[in-house]
Design a protein around this ligand. Structure first.
Ligand code: ADP
Ligand code: MG
Length: 495
Protein backbone atom coordinates (compact mmCIF):
# COMPACT_ATOMS: atom_id res chain seq x y z
CA UNK A 1 0.00 0.00 0.00
CA UNK A 2 1.29 3.43 -0.90
CA UNK A 3 0.46 6.83 0.55
CA UNK A 4 -0.98 7.80 -2.80
CA UNK A 5 -3.61 5.05 -2.46
CA UNK A 6 -5.13 6.64 0.61
CA UNK A 7 -6.93 9.55 -1.02
CA UNK A 8 -4.68 12.35 0.28
CA UNK A 9 -4.19 15.46 -1.84
CA UNK A 10 -1.09 16.26 -3.88
CA UNK A 11 0.34 18.81 -1.46
CA UNK A 12 0.15 16.43 1.44
CA UNK A 13 1.68 13.60 -0.57
CA UNK A 14 4.54 15.86 -1.58
CA UNK A 15 5.22 16.77 2.04
CA UNK A 16 5.14 13.10 3.05
CA UNK A 17 7.61 12.28 0.29
CA UNK A 18 9.87 15.06 1.57
CA UNK A 19 9.84 13.57 5.04
CA UNK A 20 10.91 10.30 3.45
CA UNK A 21 8.23 7.86 4.54
CA UNK A 22 8.20 4.97 2.09
CA UNK A 23 4.78 3.64 2.97
CA UNK A 24 2.02 4.18 5.50
CA UNK A 25 2.14 2.28 8.77
CA UNK A 26 -0.78 -0.11 9.44
CA UNK A 27 -2.68 2.38 11.58
CA UNK A 28 -2.21 5.08 8.95
CA UNK A 29 -3.32 2.76 6.18
CA UNK A 30 -6.55 2.00 7.98
CA UNK A 31 -7.33 5.29 9.67
CA UNK A 32 -6.57 7.84 6.94
CA UNK A 33 -9.28 6.75 4.45
CA UNK A 34 -11.88 6.59 7.23
CA UNK A 35 -11.00 10.06 8.49
CA UNK A 36 -11.17 11.43 4.95
CA UNK A 37 -14.64 9.93 4.69
CA UNK A 38 -15.40 12.08 7.74
CA UNK A 39 -16.15 9.13 9.98
CA UNK A 40 -15.48 9.15 13.69
CA UNK A 41 -12.48 6.94 14.29
CA UNK A 42 -11.09 5.20 17.33
CA UNK A 43 -7.51 4.12 16.63
CA UNK A 44 -5.68 1.77 18.95
CA UNK A 45 -2.04 1.01 18.22
CA UNK A 46 1.12 0.79 20.25
CA UNK A 47 3.38 3.73 20.90
CA UNK A 48 5.65 4.51 17.99
CA UNK A 49 3.36 3.22 15.28
CA UNK A 50 2.73 6.59 13.63
CA UNK A 51 -0.59 7.58 15.11
CA UNK A 52 0.22 11.29 14.86
CA UNK A 53 0.47 11.22 11.08
CA UNK A 54 -2.61 8.98 10.99
CA UNK A 55 -4.69 11.96 12.07
CA UNK A 56 -2.62 14.99 11.06
CA UNK A 57 -2.32 14.01 7.39
CA UNK A 58 -6.06 13.69 6.70
CA UNK A 59 -6.75 16.76 8.85
CA UNK A 60 -4.48 18.83 6.66
CA UNK A 61 -6.53 17.67 3.69
CA UNK A 62 -9.79 18.48 5.41
CA UNK A 63 -8.50 21.92 6.37
CA UNK A 64 -7.52 22.75 2.82
CA UNK A 65 -11.06 24.03 2.34
CA UNK A 66 -12.28 26.98 4.34
CA UNK A 67 -10.76 29.67 6.53
CA UNK A 68 -10.57 30.27 10.23
CA UNK A 69 -12.38 33.08 11.99
CA UNK A 70 -10.96 35.07 14.88
CA UNK A 71 -11.08 33.21 18.20
CA UNK A 72 -12.77 30.23 16.55
CA UNK A 73 -10.40 27.37 15.78
CA UNK A 74 -11.56 24.90 13.16
CA UNK A 75 -9.97 21.87 14.70
CA UNK A 76 -8.97 21.04 18.25
CA UNK A 77 -6.42 18.46 19.35
CA UNK A 78 -6.07 17.64 23.02
CA UNK A 79 -2.85 16.07 24.15
CA UNK A 80 -1.89 15.05 27.70
CA UNK A 81 1.58 16.60 27.96
CA UNK A 82 3.36 19.64 26.65
CA UNK A 83 5.99 17.62 24.86
CA UNK A 84 3.41 15.55 23.04
CA UNK A 85 1.50 18.66 22.07
CA UNK A 86 4.70 20.18 20.73
CA UNK A 87 5.41 17.05 18.73
CA UNK A 88 2.00 17.21 17.12
CA UNK A 89 2.63 20.84 16.22
CA UNK A 90 5.90 19.83 14.60
CA UNK A 91 4.07 17.23 12.55
CA UNK A 92 1.62 19.83 11.28
CA UNK A 93 4.51 22.02 10.28
CA UNK A 94 6.26 19.17 8.46
CA UNK A 95 3.28 17.68 6.70
CA UNK A 96 1.43 20.92 6.06
CA UNK A 97 4.31 22.86 4.59
CA UNK A 98 2.75 23.10 1.11
CA UNK A 99 -0.46 24.40 2.54
CA UNK A 100 -1.14 27.61 4.37
CA UNK A 101 -2.35 26.62 7.79
CA UNK A 102 -2.35 28.64 10.95
CA UNK A 103 -1.78 26.89 14.19
CA UNK A 104 -1.65 27.66 17.89
CA UNK A 105 -0.11 25.64 20.63
CA UNK A 106 -1.75 26.18 23.99
CA UNK A 107 0.35 24.62 26.67
CA UNK A 108 1.26 25.39 30.23
CA UNK A 109 4.68 26.92 30.66
CA UNK A 110 4.42 29.10 27.58
CA UNK A 111 3.36 32.69 27.73
CA UNK A 112 -0.41 32.97 27.73
CA UNK A 113 -0.29 36.43 26.16
CA UNK A 114 1.55 35.21 23.08
CA UNK A 115 -0.79 32.28 22.76
CA UNK A 116 -3.82 34.52 22.95
CA UNK A 117 -2.45 36.87 20.34
CA UNK A 118 -2.20 34.04 17.87
CA UNK A 119 -5.67 32.83 18.75
CA UNK A 120 -7.24 36.20 18.21
CA UNK A 121 -6.04 36.14 14.62
CA UNK A 122 -7.92 32.89 14.06
CA UNK A 123 -6.38 29.46 13.73
CA UNK A 124 -7.05 26.35 11.70
CA UNK A 125 -5.48 24.03 14.21
CA UNK A 126 -5.47 24.41 17.95
CA UNK A 127 -3.30 21.98 19.89
CA UNK A 128 -3.67 22.12 23.64
CA UNK A 129 -3.20 20.41 26.94
CA UNK A 130 -6.54 20.06 28.76
CA UNK A 131 -5.74 22.29 31.75
CA UNK A 132 -4.61 25.29 29.76
CA UNK A 133 -7.43 24.83 27.30
CA UNK A 134 -10.05 24.85 30.01
CA UNK A 135 -8.55 27.99 31.54
CA UNK A 136 -9.03 29.90 28.36
CA UNK A 137 -12.49 28.51 27.73
CA UNK A 138 -13.61 29.49 31.18
CA UNK A 139 -12.33 33.01 30.69
CA UNK A 140 -14.28 33.20 27.46
CA UNK A 141 -11.11 33.83 25.51
CA UNK A 142 -11.86 31.19 22.97
CA UNK A 143 -14.96 29.88 21.26
CA UNK A 144 -15.20 26.28 20.27
CA UNK A 145 -18.44 26.34 18.30
CA UNK A 146 -16.66 26.28 14.95
CA UNK A 147 -14.62 23.16 15.70
CA UNK A 148 -15.26 20.59 12.99
CA UNK A 149 -12.70 17.99 13.98
CA UNK A 150 -11.92 17.12 17.58
CA UNK A 151 -8.97 14.84 18.35
CA UNK A 152 -8.25 13.19 21.65
CA UNK A 153 -4.70 11.91 21.41
CA UNK A 154 -3.11 9.49 23.86
CA UNK A 155 -6.46 8.96 25.50
CA UNK A 156 -5.11 6.30 27.83
CA UNK A 157 -2.57 8.72 29.16
CA UNK A 158 -5.26 11.35 29.68
CA UNK A 159 -7.07 8.82 31.76
CA UNK A 160 -3.98 7.97 33.82
CA UNK A 161 -3.32 11.62 34.47
CA UNK A 162 -6.82 12.35 35.63
CA UNK A 163 -7.70 14.70 32.77
CA UNK A 164 -10.97 13.11 31.78
CA UNK A 165 -13.20 15.53 33.74
CA UNK A 166 -11.43 18.43 32.02
CA UNK A 167 -11.79 16.75 28.66
CA UNK A 168 -15.49 16.26 29.27
CA UNK A 169 -15.95 19.90 30.13
CA UNK A 170 -14.13 20.94 26.99
CA UNK A 171 -16.11 18.50 24.85
CA UNK A 172 -19.36 19.94 26.19
CA UNK A 173 -18.41 23.26 24.57
CA UNK A 174 -17.95 21.73 21.16
CA UNK A 175 -20.68 21.68 18.55
CA UNK A 176 -22.68 18.47 18.43
CA UNK A 177 -22.10 18.10 14.73
CA UNK A 178 -18.42 17.39 14.38
CA UNK A 179 -15.96 14.65 13.63
CA UNK A 180 -14.26 13.06 16.63
CA UNK A 181 -11.06 11.04 16.53
CA UNK A 182 -9.62 9.19 19.48
CA UNK A 183 -6.18 7.61 19.60
CA UNK A 184 -4.72 5.47 22.31
CA UNK A 185 -2.00 2.88 22.81
CA UNK A 186 -4.18 0.66 24.94
CA UNK A 187 -7.84 -0.17 24.93
CA UNK A 188 -9.12 0.00 28.46
CA UNK A 189 -12.81 -0.26 29.30
CA UNK A 190 -12.69 3.40 30.35
CA UNK A 191 -11.49 4.37 26.89
CA UNK A 192 -14.37 2.48 25.36
CA UNK A 193 -16.75 4.36 27.61
CA UNK A 194 -15.20 7.65 26.55
CA UNK A 195 -15.57 6.76 22.92
CA UNK A 196 -19.19 5.99 23.47
CA UNK A 197 -19.71 9.34 25.11
CA UNK A 198 -17.91 11.48 22.57
CA UNK A 199 -18.36 9.68 19.29
CA UNK A 200 -21.04 8.65 16.86
CA UNK A 201 -20.76 5.14 15.44
CA UNK A 202 -16.98 5.24 15.50
CA UNK A 203 -14.99 3.04 13.18
CA UNK A 204 -12.77 1.01 15.47
CA UNK A 205 -9.28 0.34 14.21
CA UNK A 206 -6.92 -1.86 16.14
CA UNK A 207 -3.41 -2.76 15.25
CA UNK A 208 -1.36 -5.34 17.14
CA UNK A 209 -2.49 -7.17 20.24
CA UNK A 210 -2.99 -4.53 22.92
CA UNK A 211 -0.44 -5.89 25.34
CA UNK A 212 2.48 -7.81 23.98
CA UNK A 213 6.05 -7.27 25.00
CA UNK A 214 8.07 -7.13 21.87
CA UNK A 215 9.87 -10.39 21.21
CA UNK A 216 12.85 -8.34 20.30
CA UNK A 217 13.47 -7.21 23.87
CA UNK A 218 15.56 -9.42 26.12
CA UNK A 219 14.34 -8.88 29.66
CA UNK A 220 16.20 -9.42 32.91
CA UNK A 221 15.84 -8.64 36.56
CA UNK A 222 18.68 -7.92 38.95
CA UNK A 223 18.12 -8.30 42.67
CA UNK A 224 19.40 -5.62 44.96
CA UNK A 225 18.82 -3.88 48.24
CA UNK A 226 17.59 -0.31 48.58
CA UNK A 227 20.97 1.21 49.31
CA UNK A 228 22.79 -0.68 46.61
CA UNK A 229 20.52 0.25 43.72
CA UNK A 230 22.64 2.99 42.22
CA UNK A 231 25.85 1.01 42.35
CA UNK A 232 24.21 -2.04 40.82
CA UNK A 233 22.89 0.14 38.04
CA UNK A 234 26.28 1.68 37.37
CA UNK A 235 27.86 -1.77 37.21
CA UNK A 236 25.22 -2.89 34.78
CA UNK A 237 25.67 0.10 32.52
CA UNK A 238 29.41 -0.33 32.50
CA UNK A 239 29.19 -4.02 31.69
CA UNK A 240 26.54 -3.78 29.01
CA UNK A 241 27.21 -2.43 25.57
CA UNK A 242 25.04 0.61 26.14
CA UNK A 243 24.74 2.84 23.13
CA UNK A 244 22.01 4.93 24.72
CA UNK A 245 19.57 4.12 27.46
CA UNK A 246 16.49 5.31 29.24
CA UNK A 247 16.36 4.83 32.97
CA UNK A 248 12.92 4.90 34.54
CA UNK A 249 12.17 5.87 38.12
CA UNK A 250 8.78 5.82 39.78
CA UNK A 251 9.37 9.13 41.51
CA UNK A 252 10.56 12.53 40.39
CA UNK A 253 12.66 12.76 43.52
CA UNK A 254 14.60 9.67 42.48
CA UNK A 255 15.07 11.03 38.97
CA UNK A 256 16.85 14.00 40.52
CA UNK A 257 18.91 11.88 42.87
CA UNK A 258 20.00 9.56 40.07
CA UNK A 259 20.88 12.46 37.83
CA UNK A 260 23.09 13.88 40.51
CA UNK A 261 24.71 10.53 41.20
CA UNK A 262 25.40 9.75 37.54
CA UNK A 263 26.83 13.20 37.02
CA UNK A 264 29.12 12.67 39.98
CA UNK A 265 30.30 9.40 38.47
CA UNK A 266 30.99 11.09 35.14
CA UNK A 267 28.25 9.50 33.08
CA UNK A 268 26.77 11.42 30.18
CA UNK A 269 23.27 12.00 31.48
CA UNK A 270 20.17 14.21 31.37
CA UNK A 271 16.86 14.01 33.20
CA UNK A 272 13.22 14.43 32.32
CA UNK A 273 10.34 14.76 34.75
CA UNK A 274 7.21 16.76 35.20
CA UNK A 275 8.57 19.29 37.68
CA UNK A 276 11.24 20.60 35.38
CA UNK A 277 10.78 23.92 33.65
CA UNK A 278 9.70 23.65 30.05
CA UNK A 279 13.03 24.90 28.71
CA UNK A 280 14.93 22.27 30.65
CA UNK A 281 12.64 19.52 29.44
CA UNK A 282 13.13 20.52 25.84
CA UNK A 283 16.90 20.81 26.25
CA UNK A 284 17.14 17.38 27.86
CA UNK A 285 15.03 15.77 25.16
CA UNK A 286 16.97 17.35 22.34
CA UNK A 287 20.31 16.43 23.87
CA UNK A 288 19.21 12.82 24.16
CA UNK A 289 17.73 12.72 20.68
CA UNK A 290 20.85 14.20 19.12
CA UNK A 291 23.08 11.76 20.96
CA UNK A 292 24.78 14.45 23.01
CA UNK A 293 23.87 12.58 26.17
CA UNK A 294 23.85 8.82 26.47
CA UNK A 295 21.53 8.29 29.43
CA UNK A 296 18.13 9.79 30.03
CA UNK A 297 16.75 9.38 33.52
CA UNK A 298 13.02 9.94 33.51
CA UNK A 299 9.62 9.47 35.06
CA UNK A 300 6.84 7.64 33.23
CA UNK A 301 4.70 10.67 32.71
CA UNK A 302 7.49 12.66 31.17
CA UNK A 303 8.44 9.91 28.79
CA UNK A 304 5.21 8.25 27.75
CA UNK A 305 4.37 8.57 24.10
CA UNK A 306 7.30 10.80 23.27
CA UNK A 307 8.95 10.26 19.97
CA UNK A 308 12.38 9.38 21.24
CA UNK A 309 15.06 7.54 19.37
CA UNK A 310 15.27 3.80 19.64
CA UNK A 311 17.51 2.96 22.56
CA UNK A 312 19.81 0.01 23.07
CA UNK A 313 18.83 -0.43 26.71
CA UNK A 314 16.05 0.30 29.14
CA UNK A 315 16.75 0.21 32.85
CA UNK A 316 13.95 0.12 35.36
CA UNK A 317 15.46 1.66 38.45
CA UNK A 318 12.15 0.86 40.13
CA UNK A 319 9.58 -1.78 39.44
CA UNK A 320 6.68 0.23 38.03
CA UNK A 321 3.56 0.42 40.17
CA UNK A 322 1.32 0.09 37.15
CA UNK A 323 2.24 -3.05 35.19
CA UNK A 324 1.27 -1.46 31.90
CA UNK A 325 4.02 1.07 32.42
CA UNK A 326 6.47 -1.83 32.24
CA UNK A 327 5.34 -2.56 28.71
CA UNK A 328 5.63 1.07 27.72
CA UNK A 329 9.04 1.41 29.29
CA UNK A 330 10.64 -1.61 27.67
CA UNK A 331 8.91 -0.75 24.41
CA UNK A 332 11.50 2.01 24.07
CA UNK A 333 14.02 -0.55 22.96
CA UNK A 334 13.96 -3.36 20.45
CA UNK A 335 12.08 -1.34 17.89
CA UNK A 336 12.06 -1.77 14.14
CA UNK A 337 13.16 -5.39 14.30
CA UNK A 338 16.34 -4.78 16.24
CA UNK A 339 17.02 -6.38 19.57
CA UNK A 340 17.16 -4.44 22.77
CA UNK A 341 17.82 -5.27 26.38
CA UNK A 342 15.75 -4.31 29.38
CA UNK A 343 16.82 -4.63 33.01
CA UNK A 344 14.81 -4.10 36.15
CA UNK A 345 16.17 -3.67 39.65
CA UNK A 346 14.13 -5.63 42.15
CA UNK A 347 14.22 -5.23 45.92
CA UNK A 348 12.50 -7.32 48.53
CA UNK A 349 9.61 -4.86 48.49
CA UNK A 350 8.96 -5.43 44.82
CA UNK A 351 8.00 -9.09 44.60
CA UNK A 352 4.30 -8.40 44.47
CA UNK A 353 4.59 -5.82 41.71
CA UNK A 354 6.97 -8.10 39.85
CA UNK A 355 4.50 -10.98 40.06
CA UNK A 356 1.79 -8.78 38.56
CA UNK A 357 4.06 -7.83 35.68
CA UNK A 358 5.10 -11.40 35.05
CA UNK A 359 1.50 -12.47 35.08
CA UNK A 360 0.68 -9.83 32.51
CA UNK A 361 3.51 -10.69 30.15
CA UNK A 362 2.90 -14.36 30.72
CA UNK A 363 6.41 -15.36 31.68
CA UNK A 364 8.97 -15.19 34.42
CA UNK A 365 11.70 -12.65 33.79
CA UNK A 366 15.13 -14.19 33.95
CA UNK A 367 17.49 -13.05 36.67
CA UNK A 368 20.89 -11.76 35.62
CA UNK A 369 22.37 -12.99 38.84
CA UNK A 370 25.96 -12.05 38.31
CA UNK A 371 24.94 -8.47 39.00
CA UNK A 372 22.58 -9.25 41.86
CA UNK A 373 23.52 -8.32 45.41
CA UNK A 374 22.05 -9.42 48.70
CA UNK A 375 18.53 -8.21 49.27
CA UNK A 376 17.13 -6.56 52.37
CA UNK A 377 14.92 -8.80 54.50
CA UNK A 378 11.37 -8.83 53.23
CA UNK A 379 9.30 -6.06 54.83
CA UNK A 380 6.88 -7.06 57.55
CA UNK A 381 3.33 -7.20 56.29
CA UNK A 382 1.68 -3.86 57.09
CA UNK A 383 -0.52 -3.83 60.18
CA UNK A 384 -4.20 -3.56 59.40
CA UNK A 385 -5.31 0.02 59.10
CA UNK A 386 -8.39 1.38 60.65
CA UNK A 387 -10.57 4.11 59.33
CA UNK A 388 -10.96 5.93 56.07
CA UNK A 389 -8.60 4.23 53.72
CA UNK A 390 -9.60 0.66 54.41
CA UNK A 391 -11.64 0.43 51.26
CA UNK A 392 -8.78 1.49 49.11
CA UNK A 393 -6.39 -0.91 50.74
CA UNK A 394 -8.86 -3.73 50.35
CA UNK A 395 -9.30 -2.95 46.71
CA UNK A 396 -5.53 -2.97 46.25
CA UNK A 397 -5.21 -6.34 47.90
CA UNK A 398 -7.90 -7.76 45.74
CA UNK A 399 -6.07 -6.61 42.65
CA UNK A 400 -2.82 -8.26 43.51
CA UNK A 401 -2.65 -11.91 42.67
CA UNK A 402 -1.95 -14.01 45.76
CA UNK A 403 0.56 -16.69 44.96
CA UNK A 404 3.97 -15.27 44.32
CA UNK A 405 6.08 -17.58 42.28
CA UNK A 406 8.96 -18.56 44.54
CA UNK A 407 12.07 -17.48 42.78
CA UNK A 408 14.69 -20.13 42.83
CA UNK A 409 18.14 -18.81 43.45
CA UNK A 410 19.60 -20.05 40.25
CA UNK A 411 23.37 -19.78 40.22
CA UNK A 412 24.82 -17.32 37.78
CA UNK A 413 23.55 -18.56 34.48
CA UNK A 414 26.79 -17.63 32.77
CA UNK A 415 25.24 -14.48 31.50
CA UNK A 416 26.51 -13.51 28.13
CA UNK A 417 29.41 -11.11 28.14
CA UNK A 418 28.65 -7.56 27.36
CA UNK A 419 29.88 -7.64 23.83
CA UNK A 420 26.55 -7.86 22.06
CA UNK A 421 27.13 -5.78 19.02
CA UNK A 422 23.63 -5.74 17.71
CA UNK A 423 23.08 -2.06 18.24
CA UNK A 424 25.76 -0.56 16.11
CA UNK A 425 23.43 0.15 13.27
CA UNK A 426 20.97 1.81 15.59
CA UNK A 427 22.33 5.26 15.01
CA UNK A 428 21.23 5.29 11.40
CA UNK A 429 17.71 4.57 12.50
CA UNK A 430 17.26 7.33 15.04
CA UNK A 431 14.75 9.75 13.61
CA UNK A 432 16.43 12.95 12.62
CA UNK A 433 13.92 15.02 14.46
CA UNK A 434 14.82 18.63 14.52
CA UNK A 435 12.67 20.41 16.99
CA UNK A 436 10.86 23.14 15.21
CA UNK A 437 10.17 26.22 17.26
CA UNK A 438 6.88 25.97 19.04
CA UNK A 439 4.32 28.45 17.86
CA UNK A 440 4.54 30.54 20.95
CA UNK A 441 7.95 30.99 22.45
CA UNK A 442 8.70 31.83 26.00
CA UNK A 443 11.35 34.46 26.65
CA UNK A 444 14.77 32.90 26.75
CA UNK A 445 15.45 33.88 30.32
CA UNK A 446 12.76 31.53 31.50
CA UNK A 447 14.49 28.57 29.92
CA UNK A 448 17.39 28.47 32.31
CA UNK A 449 15.48 30.26 34.95
CA UNK A 450 13.66 29.52 38.05
CA UNK A 451 12.38 26.02 38.32
CA UNK A 452 10.48 26.63 41.49
CA UNK A 453 8.46 29.38 40.01
CA UNK A 454 7.66 27.30 37.01
CA UNK A 455 6.86 24.23 39.04
CA UNK A 456 4.37 26.16 41.05
CA UNK A 457 2.91 27.47 37.87
CA UNK A 458 3.00 30.97 39.31
CA UNK A 459 2.42 32.67 36.02
CA UNK A 460 0.33 29.89 34.67
CA UNK A 461 -3.35 29.64 35.22
CA UNK A 462 -5.17 27.26 37.42
CA UNK A 463 -5.31 24.71 34.65
CA UNK A 464 -1.57 24.64 34.35
CA UNK A 465 -1.41 23.88 38.02
CA UNK A 466 -3.86 21.09 37.55
CA UNK A 467 -1.71 19.68 34.79
CA UNK A 468 1.27 19.93 37.04
CA UNK A 469 -0.43 18.05 39.79
CA UNK A 470 -1.51 15.30 37.48
CA UNK A 471 2.03 14.91 36.25
CA UNK A 472 3.23 13.02 39.23
CA UNK A 473 4.13 9.40 39.36
CA UNK A 474 1.25 6.98 39.79
CA UNK A 475 -0.87 7.66 42.83
CA UNK A 476 0.78 6.32 45.91
CA UNK A 477 1.22 7.01 49.56
CA UNK A 478 3.60 9.67 50.75
CA UNK A 479 7.07 8.45 51.46
CA UNK A 480 9.81 9.86 53.57
CA UNK A 481 11.72 12.54 51.70
CA UNK A 482 8.90 13.47 49.34
CA UNK A 483 8.85 16.97 50.63
CA UNK A 484 12.47 17.53 49.69
CA UNK A 485 12.79 21.26 49.09
CA UNK A 486 13.75 22.31 45.62
CA UNK A 487 17.00 23.91 46.71
CA UNK A 488 18.30 20.48 47.62
CA UNK A 489 17.83 19.30 44.09
CA UNK A 490 20.52 20.08 41.64
CA UNK A 491 19.92 21.75 38.32
CA UNK A 492 19.71 19.66 35.21
CA UNK A 493 23.01 19.78 33.51
CA UNK A 494 23.67 18.37 30.13
CA UNK A 495 27.23 17.41 29.67
P1 ADP B 1 2.65 7.17 18.09
O1 ADP B 1 1.83 8.41 18.24
O2 ADP B 1 1.88 6.03 17.52
O3 ADP B 1 3.34 6.79 19.37
P2 ADP B 1 4.32 8.77 16.38
O4 ADP B 1 3.24 9.38 15.60
O5 ADP B 1 4.97 9.62 17.42
O6 ADP B 1 3.83 7.43 17.04
O7 ADP B 1 5.41 8.24 15.34
C1 ADP B 1 6.57 7.56 15.74
C2 ADP B 1 7.68 7.74 14.71
O8 ADP B 1 7.34 7.10 13.48
C3 ADP B 1 7.98 9.18 14.35
O9 ADP B 1 9.37 9.35 14.35
C4 ADP B 1 7.44 9.35 12.96
O10 ADP B 1 8.18 10.32 12.24
C5 ADP B 1 7.62 7.97 12.40
N1 ADP B 1 6.68 7.64 11.31
C6 ADP B 1 5.36 7.97 11.26
N2 ADP B 1 4.80 7.49 10.13
C7 ADP B 1 5.78 6.86 9.45
C8 ADP B 1 5.83 6.15 8.19
N3 ADP B 1 4.76 6.01 7.44
N4 ADP B 1 7.02 5.63 7.82
C9 ADP B 1 8.11 5.78 8.60
N5 ADP B 1 8.15 6.41 9.79
C10 ADP B 1 6.99 6.94 10.22
MG1 MG C 1 1.24 9.58 19.79
Amino acid sequence: MKFSDLGLNENTLKAVADVGYAEPTPIQEKAIPEILKRNDVMGIAQTGTGKTAAFTLPMIDILANGRAKALMPRTLILSPTRELATQIAECFQKYGKYQKLSMALLIGGESMVEQQKILSRGVDVLIATPGRMLDLCERGRILLRDVRVFVLDEADRMLDMGFIPDVEKIASKLPAVRQTLLFSATMLPEIKALAKKFMKFPVEIRVDPPMSTADTVEQFIVKTNERGKREVLRNLIRAEDVKNAMIFCNRKKDVEILLKSFTKHKFSVAALHGDMAQGERTDALNAFRDGRVRLLVCSDVAARGLDLPDVSHVFNFDVPVNPEDYIHRIGRTGRAGKTGRAFMLVTSRDFKALAVIEKMIGKQIEEMSRFSVEMDPEPEPKPKRRGGRGGEARAKRAETPKPEPKRTEKPAKAAKPAGKTDEQAAKADAPALKTAKPAAKKPAEAANGNRRRDARGAKNGDGARREKRAETAPRRQKAFGDAMPAFMMNEVKIS
